[in-house]
Design a protein around this ligand. Structure first.
Ligand code: DAT
Ligand code: MG
Length: 150
């Protein structure tokens, strides 16, 4: 099973889209193993977006993600990384397909509502950056698992 970190970003929380966004991952079959509301610190934001440190949009990206509370969600599932990213849609919402979260609810790249890890390795790293082991319910049995996972 893969793990991915989803962040319901400040714009999504402010716009009252938290439930709508989490619902889409949940109904897809991905299993919630961690969830919390938090205000991301500058330190955590810079760590999370370290790969973009040299990009011109880095400062505004850190400002954005730290500007108001977010909901962090750790999801588990077969192919969780690719599945979550296809549910999220293209980075630039103006190019995101209708039916994806960004394609349905966003217009601009700097207000693209949601983050999803981009690789199995980064999924593990990002979940560990946002959650302590004690905050995760790693091994819980979901009764419908046999109807979602073959
Ligand atoms: P994604 O969030 O789809 O994984 P990413 O990891 O390439 O995209 O970039 C992280 C965030 O940085 C993205 O959600 C929005 C912002 N971003 C990326 N490219 C950008 C650009 N060219 N101009 C402004 N912001 C950008
Ligand atoms: Mg990314």
């Amino acid at each position: 099973m893969e793990r991915t970190l989803i962040i319901v970003k400040p714009d999504a929380v402010q716009r009252g889209l938290t439930g709508e966004i989490i619902k889409r991952f949940e109904q897809r079959g991905l299993k919630i193993v961690g969830m919390k509301l938090l205000q991301v610190s500058r330190e955590l934001a810079e760590k999370h977006y370290d790969v973009h440190r040299e990009r011109p949009f880095f400062t505004s990206l850190v400002e954005y993600i730290t500007s108001a509370p977010v909901v962090a969600v750790a999801l588990e599932g077969s192919d969780a990384i690719v599945a979550a990213r296809s549910t999220i849609g293209a980075t630039n919402p103006s190019e995101a397909a209708a039916g994806t979260i960004r394609g349905d609810y966003a217009l601009e790249i700097g207000r693209n509502l949601v983050h999803g890890s981009d690789s199995v390795e980064n999924g593990e790293i990002e979940v560990a950056n946002f959650f302590t082991e004690a905050e995760l319910c790693g091994g819980w049995t979901r009764d419908v698992d046999g109807w979602v996972f073959e």
